[in-house]
Design a binder for this molecule. Structure first.
Ligand SMILES: [Zn+2]
Length: 465
Protein backbone atom coordinates (compact mmCIF):
# COMPACT_ATOMS: atom_id res chain seq x y z
CA UNK A 1 0.00 0.00 0.00
CA UNK A 2 1.16 3.55 -0.77
CA UNK A 3 2.76 5.28 2.17
CA UNK A 4 4.28 8.60 3.08
CA UNK A 5 7.09 9.53 5.49
CA UNK A 6 7.50 13.00 6.98
CA UNK A 7 11.23 13.61 6.58
CA UNK A 8 10.90 17.25 7.64
CA UNK A 9 8.59 20.25 8.15
CA UNK A 10 6.81 18.26 10.87
CA UNK A 11 6.74 20.18 14.16
CA UNK A 12 8.69 23.04 12.55
CA UNK A 13 8.46 25.35 9.53
CA UNK A 14 11.60 24.26 7.70
CA UNK A 15 13.13 21.16 6.13
CA UNK A 16 10.17 20.29 3.88
CA UNK A 17 10.79 16.74 2.64
CA UNK A 18 8.10 14.13 2.07
CA UNK A 19 8.80 10.63 0.82
CA UNK A 20 6.04 8.84 -1.09
CA UNK A 21 6.44 5.10 -1.67
CA UNK A 22 4.09 3.25 -4.01
CA UNK A 23 4.26 0.40 -6.53
CA UNK A 24 7.89 -0.20 -5.64
CA UNK A 25 8.90 3.39 -6.49
CA UNK A 26 10.02 6.27 -4.29
CA UNK A 27 9.18 9.93 -4.92
CA UNK A 28 10.58 12.78 -2.83
CA UNK A 29 8.39 15.89 -2.68
CA UNK A 30 10.58 18.92 -1.84
CA UNK A 31 14.04 18.70 -0.31
CA UNK A 32 14.42 21.58 2.09
CA UNK A 33 17.01 22.85 4.48
CA UNK A 34 16.31 22.92 8.22
CA UNK A 35 16.74 26.40 9.69
CA UNK A 36 16.36 27.80 13.20
CA UNK A 37 17.62 26.15 16.39
CA UNK A 38 20.93 24.27 16.57
CA UNK A 39 18.97 21.04 16.96
CA UNK A 40 17.21 21.67 13.65
CA UNK A 41 20.35 22.82 11.86
CA UNK A 42 22.19 19.68 12.99
CA UNK A 43 19.67 17.63 11.01
CA UNK A 44 21.13 19.10 7.80
CA UNK A 45 24.37 17.21 8.49
CA UNK A 46 22.68 13.84 8.85
CA UNK A 47 21.83 11.63 5.87
CA UNK A 48 18.23 10.65 5.21
CA UNK A 49 16.98 7.55 7.06
CA UNK A 50 17.01 5.79 3.68
CA UNK A 51 19.67 5.44 1.01
CA UNK A 52 19.38 8.49 -1.30
CA UNK A 53 20.37 6.24 -4.22
CA UNK A 54 17.12 4.30 -3.84
CA UNK A 55 14.91 7.36 -4.47
CA UNK A 56 13.54 7.32 -8.04
CA UNK A 57 12.18 10.84 -8.53
CA UNK A 58 11.97 14.24 -6.88
CA UNK A 59 9.53 17.10 -7.46
CA UNK A 60 9.46 20.65 -6.06
CA UNK A 61 6.53 22.84 -4.99
CA UNK A 62 8.59 26.06 -5.07
CA UNK A 63 12.12 27.40 -4.85
CA UNK A 64 12.50 28.60 -1.24
CA UNK A 65 15.48 27.05 0.53
CA UNK A 66 13.36 25.36 3.17
CA UNK A 67 11.95 23.37 0.22
CA UNK A 68 15.05 23.04 -2.02
CA UNK A 69 18.12 23.93 0.05
CA UNK A 70 19.10 20.34 0.90
CA UNK A 71 19.24 19.18 -2.74
CA UNK A 72 23.04 19.51 -2.93
CA UNK A 73 23.38 17.11 0.02
CA UNK A 74 20.83 14.71 -1.47
CA UNK A 75 22.82 14.59 -4.70
CA UNK A 76 26.13 14.31 -2.81
CA UNK A 77 24.58 11.35 -0.97
CA UNK A 78 23.99 9.61 -4.29
CA UNK A 79 20.63 10.73 -5.67
CA UNK A 80 20.90 10.55 -9.46
CA UNK A 81 17.27 10.90 -10.55
CA UNK A 82 15.51 13.86 -12.09
CA UNK A 83 14.23 16.78 -10.03
CA UNK A 84 11.01 18.07 -11.61
CA UNK A 85 9.93 21.70 -11.25
CA UNK A 86 8.28 24.37 -13.39
CA UNK A 87 10.49 26.82 -15.35
CA UNK A 88 10.25 29.73 -12.88
CA UNK A 89 11.02 27.41 -9.95
CA UNK A 90 14.02 25.97 -11.79
CA UNK A 91 15.41 29.42 -12.49
CA UNK A 92 14.84 30.61 -8.92
CA UNK A 93 16.18 27.38 -7.40
CA UNK A 94 19.40 27.84 -9.35
CA UNK A 95 19.74 31.40 -8.01
CA UNK A 96 18.86 30.45 -4.42
CA UNK A 97 21.14 27.40 -4.27
CA UNK A 98 24.09 29.32 -5.69
CA UNK A 99 23.42 32.15 -3.27
CA UNK A 100 23.07 29.71 -0.37
CA UNK A 101 26.37 27.98 -1.22
CA UNK A 102 28.12 31.30 -1.69
CA UNK A 103 26.91 32.67 1.65
CA UNK A 104 27.78 29.45 3.48
CA UNK A 105 31.29 29.70 2.10
CA UNK A 106 31.49 33.38 3.11
CA UNK A 107 30.11 32.61 6.59
CA UNK A 108 32.44 29.63 7.06
CA UNK A 109 35.48 31.58 5.92
CA UNK A 110 34.61 34.35 8.38
CA UNK A 111 33.95 31.89 11.24
CA UNK A 112 37.30 30.17 10.60
CA UNK A 113 39.09 33.52 10.50
CA UNK A 114 37.41 34.97 13.58
CA UNK A 115 37.05 31.67 15.45
CA UNK A 116 33.52 32.19 16.79
CA UNK A 117 31.83 28.99 15.61
CA UNK A 118 30.52 26.42 18.09
CA UNK A 119 32.48 23.93 15.96
CA UNK A 120 36.27 23.78 16.25
CA UNK A 121 36.57 23.51 12.47
CA UNK A 122 33.52 25.09 10.86
CA UNK A 123 32.59 23.72 7.44
CA UNK A 124 30.11 24.81 4.79
CA UNK A 125 27.20 22.36 4.44
CA UNK A 126 27.88 22.58 0.71
CA UNK A 127 29.78 24.74 -1.72
CA UNK A 128 29.11 26.18 -5.18
CA UNK A 129 30.72 23.04 -6.63
CA UNK A 130 28.10 20.84 -4.95
CA UNK A 131 25.31 22.90 -6.53
CA UNK A 132 26.39 22.26 -10.14
CA UNK A 133 25.27 18.59 -10.40
CA UNK A 134 21.88 19.52 -8.88
CA UNK A 135 21.29 21.97 -11.71
CA UNK A 136 21.97 19.21 -14.26
CA UNK A 137 19.28 17.04 -12.65
CA UNK A 138 16.55 19.72 -12.67
CA UNK A 139 13.90 18.92 -15.29
CA UNK A 140 11.17 21.30 -16.41
CA UNK A 141 7.55 20.34 -16.04
CA UNK A 142 4.54 22.41 -17.12
CA UNK A 143 3.49 25.41 -15.03
CA UNK A 144 -0.14 24.32 -15.15
CA UNK A 145 -2.04 21.16 -15.99
CA UNK A 146 -1.08 17.53 -15.64
CA UNK A 147 2.31 15.88 -16.01
CA UNK A 148 3.29 12.21 -15.74
CA UNK A 149 6.43 11.79 -13.67
CA UNK A 150 6.16 8.03 -14.20
CA UNK A 151 3.40 5.44 -14.71
CA UNK A 152 2.84 5.50 -10.92
CA UNK A 153 2.99 9.24 -10.26
CA UNK A 154 1.06 12.01 -12.03
CA UNK A 155 1.09 15.62 -10.79
CA UNK A 156 -1.17 18.55 -11.54
CA UNK A 157 0.10 22.01 -10.51
CA UNK A 158 -2.03 24.81 -9.07
CA UNK A 159 -1.00 28.41 -8.32
CA UNK A 160 -0.05 28.84 -4.68
CA UNK A 161 0.39 32.66 -4.81
CA UNK A 162 3.44 32.54 -2.51
CA UNK A 163 6.50 33.33 -4.68
CA UNK A 164 7.19 33.29 -8.40
CA UNK A 165 6.51 29.75 -9.65
CA UNK A 166 5.02 28.53 -6.36
CA UNK A 167 2.52 25.69 -6.63
CA UNK A 168 0.33 23.30 -4.76
CA UNK A 169 0.77 19.81 -6.21
CA UNK A 170 -2.00 17.28 -6.70
CA UNK A 171 -0.32 13.87 -6.91
CA UNK A 172 -2.28 10.93 -8.28
CA UNK A 173 -0.72 7.62 -7.27
CA UNK A 174 -1.60 4.57 -9.37
CA UNK A 175 -1.03 1.26 -7.66
CA UNK A 176 -2.67 -2.11 -8.39
CA UNK A 177 -5.34 -0.45 -10.51
CA UNK A 178 -6.31 1.94 -7.71
CA UNK A 179 -5.78 5.68 -7.71
CA UNK A 180 -5.09 7.80 -4.63
CA UNK A 181 -4.97 11.60 -4.79
CA UNK A 182 -2.58 13.30 -2.38
CA UNK A 183 -2.42 17.10 -2.35
CA UNK A 184 0.72 18.86 -1.13
CA UNK A 185 -0.25 22.45 -0.37
CA UNK A 186 3.32 23.74 -0.67
CA UNK A 187 3.44 27.18 0.94
CA UNK A 188 0.16 29.00 0.48
CA UNK A 189 0.31 32.69 -0.32
CA UNK A 190 -2.22 35.44 0.10
CA UNK A 191 -5.31 36.60 -1.72
CA UNK A 192 -5.70 39.94 -3.53
CA UNK A 193 -2.01 40.82 -3.45
CA UNK A 194 -0.11 42.83 -6.02
CA UNK A 195 2.21 40.90 -8.37
CA UNK A 196 1.24 37.26 -7.70
CA UNK A 197 -1.91 35.39 -8.69
CA UNK A 198 -4.29 34.25 -5.95
CA UNK A 199 -3.80 30.77 -4.50
CA UNK A 200 -6.02 28.14 -6.17
CA UNK A 201 -7.36 25.14 -4.25
CA UNK A 202 -7.20 21.84 -6.14
CA UNK A 203 -10.67 20.30 -6.58
CA UNK A 204 -10.25 17.18 -4.45
CA UNK A 205 -7.89 15.18 -2.29
CA UNK A 206 -8.05 11.79 -0.64
CA UNK A 207 -5.16 12.85 1.58
CA UNK A 208 -4.06 16.44 2.13
CA UNK A 209 -0.77 17.75 3.49
CA UNK A 210 -1.45 21.35 4.44
CA UNK A 211 1.06 23.90 5.67
CA UNK A 212 0.28 25.69 8.95
CA UNK A 213 2.94 28.40 9.25
CA UNK A 214 0.42 31.01 10.42
CA UNK A 215 -2.12 28.49 11.67
CA UNK A 216 -2.57 30.43 14.90
CA UNK A 217 -2.40 33.99 13.63
CA UNK A 218 -3.77 36.61 11.31
CA UNK A 219 -1.57 39.22 9.71
CA UNK A 220 -1.91 42.81 10.83
CA UNK A 221 -4.79 44.68 9.26
CA UNK A 222 -4.20 47.83 7.33
CA UNK A 223 -3.12 48.87 3.90
CA UNK A 224 0.49 47.75 3.31
CA UNK A 225 1.60 50.95 1.60
CA UNK A 226 0.19 53.08 4.44
CA UNK A 227 2.09 51.07 7.03
CA UNK A 228 5.27 51.20 4.96
CA UNK A 229 4.99 54.94 4.34
CA UNK A 230 4.56 55.57 8.06
CA UNK A 231 7.73 53.63 8.95
CA UNK A 232 9.84 55.08 6.14
CA UNK A 233 8.86 58.65 6.96
CA UNK A 234 9.41 58.16 10.69
CA UNK A 235 12.87 56.63 10.26
CA UNK A 236 14.09 59.00 7.53
CA UNK A 237 12.92 62.03 9.52
CA UNK A 238 15.17 61.05 12.43
CA UNK A 239 18.09 60.42 10.05
CA UNK A 240 18.01 56.64 10.32
CA UNK A 241 18.20 53.75 7.87
CA UNK A 242 16.04 50.67 7.40
CA UNK A 243 17.14 47.05 7.16
CA UNK A 244 14.65 44.78 5.39
CA UNK A 245 15.85 41.17 5.83
CA UNK A 246 14.82 39.27 2.70
CA UNK A 247 16.23 37.46 -0.27
CA UNK A 248 16.70 39.57 -3.41
CA UNK A 249 13.81 37.89 -5.23
CA UNK A 250 10.32 37.49 -3.83
CA UNK A 251 9.04 39.67 -1.01
CA UNK A 252 11.63 42.23 -2.10
CA UNK A 253 9.61 42.90 -5.26
CA UNK A 254 6.46 43.54 -3.21
CA UNK A 255 8.47 46.07 -1.20
CA UNK A 256 9.89 47.65 -4.38
CA UNK A 257 6.42 47.82 -5.91
CA UNK A 258 5.05 49.80 -2.96
CA UNK A 259 8.16 51.96 -2.56
CA UNK A 260 7.93 52.96 -6.21
CA UNK A 261 4.23 53.86 -5.86
CA UNK A 262 4.89 55.86 -2.69
CA UNK A 263 7.81 57.68 -4.31
CA UNK A 264 5.73 58.57 -7.36
CA UNK A 265 2.90 59.85 -5.14
CA UNK A 266 5.50 61.84 -3.16
CA UNK A 267 4.32 60.20 0.03
CA UNK A 268 7.87 59.23 0.98
CA UNK A 269 11.20 60.86 0.16
CA UNK A 270 13.42 59.18 -2.42
CA UNK A 271 16.10 57.28 -0.52
CA UNK A 272 18.70 54.93 -1.93
CA UNK A 273 17.70 51.25 -1.87
CA UNK A 274 20.52 48.67 -1.71
CA UNK A 275 19.87 45.04 -2.62
CA UNK A 276 22.79 43.07 -1.18
CA UNK A 277 23.22 39.52 -2.45
CA UNK A 278 25.95 37.64 -4.34
CA UNK A 279 23.25 36.57 -6.80
CA UNK A 280 21.49 39.92 -7.04
CA UNK A 281 20.26 40.36 -10.57
CA UNK A 282 17.54 42.10 -12.45
CA UNK A 283 14.32 40.88 -10.91
CA UNK A 284 12.52 42.68 -13.71
CA UNK A 285 14.07 40.42 -16.35
CA UNK A 286 13.09 37.39 -14.31
CA UNK A 287 9.50 38.58 -14.02
CA UNK A 288 9.41 39.39 -17.75
CA UNK A 289 10.51 35.83 -18.55
CA UNK A 290 7.81 34.28 -16.37
CA UNK A 291 4.83 36.52 -17.08
CA UNK A 292 2.36 33.62 -16.61
CA UNK A 293 3.36 33.54 -12.92
CA UNK A 294 2.29 37.07 -11.99
CA UNK A 295 0.08 39.99 -12.98
CA UNK A 296 2.62 42.81 -13.15
CA UNK A 297 2.46 44.97 -16.23
CA UNK A 298 5.66 46.31 -17.66
CA UNK A 299 5.07 49.07 -20.14
CA UNK A 300 8.55 48.71 -21.61
CA UNK A 301 9.90 45.61 -23.31
CA UNK A 302 13.14 45.59 -21.36
CA UNK A 303 13.53 46.04 -17.62
CA UNK A 304 14.36 49.41 -16.12
CA UNK A 305 13.03 52.86 -16.80
CA UNK A 306 9.82 54.54 -15.89
CA UNK A 307 7.55 51.74 -17.18
CA UNK A 308 9.00 49.28 -14.69
CA UNK A 309 6.79 49.04 -11.60
CA UNK A 310 9.64 47.46 -9.61
CA UNK A 311 12.18 50.18 -10.32
CA UNK A 312 12.63 52.54 -7.40
CA UNK A 313 14.36 55.79 -8.24
CA UNK A 314 17.69 55.21 -6.51
CA UNK A 315 18.48 51.53 -6.83
CA UNK A 316 21.84 49.82 -6.15
CA UNK A 317 22.92 46.19 -6.38
CA UNK A 318 25.73 44.93 -4.15
CA UNK A 319 27.16 41.67 -5.50
CA UNK A 320 30.71 41.44 -4.19
CA UNK A 321 31.73 41.31 -0.53
CA UNK A 322 33.42 44.68 -1.06
CA UNK A 323 30.20 46.24 -2.44
CA UNK A 324 28.38 44.82 0.57
CA UNK A 325 30.88 46.24 3.07
CA UNK A 326 30.79 49.63 1.35
CA UNK A 327 27.14 50.02 2.37
CA UNK A 328 28.44 50.32 5.94
CA UNK A 329 29.89 53.72 4.96
CA UNK A 330 26.51 55.11 3.94
CA UNK A 331 25.49 57.53 6.67
CA UNK A 332 22.51 59.20 4.99
CA UNK A 333 19.15 57.42 5.31
CA UNK A 334 18.87 54.36 3.08
CA UNK A 335 17.03 51.05 2.80
CA UNK A 336 19.11 47.84 2.83
CA UNK A 337 17.61 44.56 1.63
CA UNK A 338 19.69 41.52 2.47
CA UNK A 339 19.28 37.85 3.39
CA UNK A 340 18.68 35.74 5.31
CA UNK A 341 15.13 36.71 6.10
CA UNK A 342 15.24 35.08 9.56
CA UNK A 343 18.72 36.50 10.30
CA UNK A 344 20.19 32.99 10.58
CA UNK A 345 23.21 33.87 8.44
CA UNK A 346 24.25 35.76 5.34
CA UNK A 347 25.22 39.35 4.77
CA UNK A 348 22.30 40.85 6.65
CA UNK A 349 24.25 40.03 9.82
CA UNK A 350 26.98 42.56 9.21
CA UNK A 351 24.37 45.21 8.40
CA UNK A 352 22.67 44.43 11.70
CA UNK A 353 25.96 44.60 13.59
CA UNK A 354 26.54 48.02 12.05
CA UNK A 355 23.01 49.48 12.40
CA UNK A 356 21.32 47.85 15.41
CA UNK A 357 23.22 49.89 18.03
CA UNK A 358 21.76 53.17 16.68
CA UNK A 359 18.26 54.10 17.85
CA UNK A 360 17.59 56.13 14.71
CA UNK A 361 17.57 52.95 12.58
CA UNK A 362 14.85 50.35 12.11
CA UNK A 363 14.58 46.69 11.13
CA UNK A 364 11.41 45.72 9.28
CA UNK A 365 10.51 42.06 9.77
CA UNK A 366 7.98 40.92 7.19
CA UNK A 367 8.65 37.19 6.87
CA UNK A 368 7.96 34.35 9.29
CA UNK A 369 10.54 34.21 12.10
CA UNK A 370 11.06 30.65 13.28
CA UNK A 371 11.81 29.61 16.86
CA UNK A 372 15.49 29.82 17.65
CA UNK A 373 16.34 32.46 15.04
CA UNK A 374 17.70 35.96 15.64
CA UNK A 375 14.61 37.28 13.85
CA UNK A 376 12.36 35.69 16.46
CA UNK A 377 14.60 37.05 19.23
CA UNK A 378 14.19 40.58 17.83
CA UNK A 379 10.40 40.18 17.65
CA UNK A 380 10.44 38.95 21.24
CA UNK A 381 12.21 42.15 22.31
CA UNK A 382 15.83 40.96 22.65
CA UNK A 383 18.14 43.70 23.89
CA UNK A 384 21.28 41.94 22.61
CA UNK A 385 21.95 39.80 19.56
CA UNK A 386 24.91 37.46 19.15
CA UNK A 387 26.43 38.18 15.76
CA UNK A 388 29.79 36.89 14.52
CA UNK A 389 30.92 36.06 18.04
CA UNK A 390 30.01 39.46 19.47
CA UNK A 391 27.14 40.85 21.49
CA UNK A 392 25.40 43.61 19.57
CA UNK A 393 23.08 45.91 21.54
CA UNK A 394 19.64 46.37 19.99
CA UNK A 395 18.73 50.04 20.10
CA UNK A 396 17.17 50.25 16.65
CA UNK A 397 13.41 50.06 16.30
CA UNK A 398 12.02 46.64 15.37
CA UNK A 399 8.88 46.79 13.23
CA UNK A 400 6.79 43.80 12.22
CA UNK A 401 4.98 44.38 8.93
CA UNK A 402 2.94 41.24 8.48
CA UNK A 403 1.13 42.88 5.59
CA UNK A 404 4.22 42.00 3.53
CA UNK A 405 4.15 38.33 4.46
CA UNK A 406 4.21 35.83 1.59
CA UNK A 407 2.23 33.35 3.73
CA UNK A 408 -1.50 33.02 4.19
CA UNK A 409 -2.76 34.00 7.62
CA UNK A 410 -5.03 31.66 9.57
CA UNK A 411 -8.31 32.68 7.89
CA UNK A 412 -6.66 32.55 4.45
CA UNK A 413 -5.47 28.98 5.16
CA UNK A 414 -9.04 28.08 6.10
CA UNK A 415 -10.36 29.81 2.98
CA UNK A 416 -7.95 27.77 0.84
CA UNK A 417 -8.86 24.51 2.60
CA UNK A 418 -12.54 25.34 2.31
CA UNK A 419 -12.15 25.37 -1.48
CA UNK A 420 -12.02 21.56 -1.76
CA UNK A 421 -15.19 20.06 -3.19
CA UNK A 422 -15.37 17.51 -0.39
CA UNK A 423 -13.51 16.72 2.79
CA UNK A 424 -10.22 14.87 2.32
CA UNK A 425 -10.32 11.47 4.01
CA UNK A 426 -7.31 12.52 6.06
CA UNK A 427 -5.46 15.81 6.49
CA UNK A 428 -1.96 16.14 7.93
CA UNK A 429 -0.75 19.53 9.07
CA UNK A 430 2.88 20.25 8.26
CA UNK A 431 5.22 23.24 8.08
CA UNK A 432 4.15 24.82 11.36
CA UNK A 433 5.41 25.10 14.90
CA UNK A 434 3.34 22.98 17.31
CA UNK A 435 1.13 25.81 18.62
CA UNK A 436 0.30 27.01 15.10
CA UNK A 437 -0.42 23.51 13.78
CA UNK A 438 -2.64 22.64 16.76
CA UNK A 439 -4.58 25.88 16.44
CA UNK A 440 -5.26 25.23 12.75
CA UNK A 441 -6.17 21.62 13.54
CA UNK A 442 -8.82 22.79 16.00
CA UNK A 443 -10.18 25.34 13.51
CA UNK A 444 -10.40 22.77 10.70
CA UNK A 445 -12.12 20.30 12.99
CA UNK A 446 -14.76 22.74 14.18
CA UNK A 447 -15.28 24.80 11.01
CA UNK A 448 -14.77 22.17 8.29
CA UNK A 449 -15.49 18.99 10.33
CA UNK A 450 -12.41 17.33 8.84
CA UNK A 451 -10.26 14.51 10.19
CA UNK A 452 -7.04 16.40 10.86
CA UNK A 453 -3.80 15.40 12.55
CA UNK A 454 -0.51 17.16 13.08
CA UNK A 455 2.37 15.46 11.26
CA UNK A 456 5.20 14.06 13.37
CA UNK A 457 8.84 14.02 12.29
CA UNK A 458 9.89 10.69 10.70
CA UNK A 459 6.43 9.14 11.08
CA UNK A 460 5.27 6.95 8.22
CA UNK A 461 1.56 6.93 7.38
CA UNK A 462 -0.49 4.86 4.96
CA UNK A 463 -2.09 6.69 2.07
CA UNK A 464 -4.61 4.04 0.98
CA UNK A 465 -8.24 3.81 2.12
ZN1 LIG B 1 8.13 29.21 0.82
Amino acid sequence: MAKLTFLGAAGCVTGSRYLVEAAGKKLLVDCGLFQGSNELKDRNWKPLPLDAKTIDYAVLTHAHLDHTGWLPRLVADGYRGRIFANPATIELTEILLKDSAHLQEEDTERAQRKKYSRHPEPLALYTAEDVEPVLQQLQPMPRKGGFDISPEFRVVSYDAGHILGSTSLELTISENGKKTVVVFSGDIGRYSQPILNDPVTPPRADVLLCESTYGDREHQDGVPEEALATVVNRVVKRGGSIIFPAFAIGRTQTLMFYLRQLEDAQRIPRVPVYVDSPMALSATDLYLRHHEDHNLEFTREEGGGSGDPLDVHEFHLARSVEDSKRINDVTAPCIIISASGMLTGGRVLHHLARRLPDARNAVILAGFQAEGTRGRALLDGAKLLHIHGQEVPVLAEVVELGQFSAHAGKSELLRWAGGFQGAPRQTWLTHGEPVAAQSLQAAMQTQLHWKVDVARYLDTVELGS
